[in-house]
Design a protein around this ligand. Sequence first.
Ligand SMILES: [Zn+2]
Length: 114
Amino acid sequence: MPSNNVIRGTRIGSAPERFDQRVEPAPRRPVVYWCRHGHRVEFLIAAEAETPATWECPRCGEPAGPDPGDPPGRQRAEPYKTHLAYVQERRTPEEGEALLAEALDALRRRRGRD
Ligand SMILES: [Zn+2]
């Protein structure tokens, strides 16, 4: 096996030099996320990288987020919407106006009573 010996010899000879060249591995920081099933998801990202919004839980496949009380799995794949966007989606502008008028009416009545 002369060819094997040559390859091994090359590797052994060059390995120490390579170790010296890369002095330190890229710095990493640990991130802990939680999925909606309460699984703790810990992973490492590059220290200078931005924290991802979600991270897939390796145990159940649901997205995990940084807040254990409000895991991202509840929102499913839907894009984030404000409460107002939901309200506007559900109601026509006319209905919205009527509701607003009603609310203002109620507010005035309450104030008048005080
Ligand atoms: Zn999970």
